[in-house]
Design a protein around this ligand. Sequence first.
Ligand code: HEC
Ligand code: HEC
Length: 322
Amino acid sequence: MPKFLRYLLIIIGILVIAAGCFAAFIAIRGIPHYTAEKITVKVEPTPARLERGKVLVSLLCKNCHMDEKTNKLTGRELAEVPQFGQVFSKNITNDPVYGIGKWTDGEIIYLLRTGLKPDGTYLPPYMAKVPHMSDEDVYSVISFLRSDNPWVAADKTVHPPTSPSFLTKFLCSMGIVKPFPYPKSVIPPPDTTNAVELGRYVAFNFECFSCHSEDFKTNDFLNPEKSKGFFGGGNSFKMQDGTVVQSLNLTPDEETGIGKWTEDEFVTAVKSGILPGGQHALRNPPMTPYAGLTDKEVKAVYVYLRSVPKIKNKVERNIVDK
Ligand code: HEC
Ligand code: HEC
């Protein structure tokens, strides 16, 4: 064998072994731990907060934490994101042992803002975070979680622990996804007289951008507008029957986006899931109708979406007949 070939084989051999060691390191190390700060907040559950909290939890937490068997927020298997592993959301009822009854308000707020549990465990993107939500809205979520609503009544349901996929471990180990910094100052509510600002607030906080951009893996949750294919659609969801549904293009592009939609058509689609023409419904899940948003909020999203850059991206529409 010529000398150079022998060297080449040795170099390839070393590279293969190095790659194997690296993969083993990622697999064994798992998701890195961090240090969680202690935040002291005691949320006053006013009637206004409880009411707003119910809307926010219905739109933001119920999807992933509602358990059909108990009709409470006792968690379920999230089979729709197999790329991230075998994922189970947790029991977030007020049970002191099996739920979050013993967590302080500050601990829940810290997790929702940063992704870190009190012991420093980091919850990857399959647990939603709210880095952009106003302090007042976060307090409303806490008020609801602490309330006597049947959804959060103490329950002893336990699910198996999540086993993250190699992809999840890789993304976390490389710091591609990592905890968000805790906000340095109060986050004020959006100016509701400014439609673009209100629309952006809803589009960021109610996860529209997260599902409607190219891929969860390339989303920039801290600066959503920097996400790859921002609102251009194409993110995919595995359904229980094995089919794959893709999110649609919501940019103002006339052919492949919703550039030709009227405001009314948009409000109907978002709030009731019915498409223009009235004969077809959007698949739910993943596109759960946002009946809890006000018309004003959805119209504001429409106005905001008119302001995002057009993306030409034809996504196969997956219509279900009513
Ligand atoms: C996209 C799905 C998803 C959404 C939306 C979501 N969660 Fe979660 N949540 C999860 C998953 C999955 C876990 C468990 C992750 C794990 O085990 O690594 C979790 C864990 C938690 C935990 C930690 C519980 C524990 O005992 O460790 C809390 C608290 C929580 N979620 C609260 C909320 C609240 C409040 C909301 C709404 C603002 C919310 N979650 C929205 C998926 C979600
Ligand atoms: C969990 C992921 C997810 C979230 C969150 C989400 N969507 Fe969707 N959306 C989808 C999917 C998937 C479809 C396509 C459904 C189908 O093909 O039947 C869709 C379809 C739509 C459509 C129809 C577009 C068309 O061309 O027919 C509109 C409008 C829409 N979503 C708006 C929104 C808005 C506004 C929000 C936030 C308030 C939002 N979506 C949040 C996944 C999501």
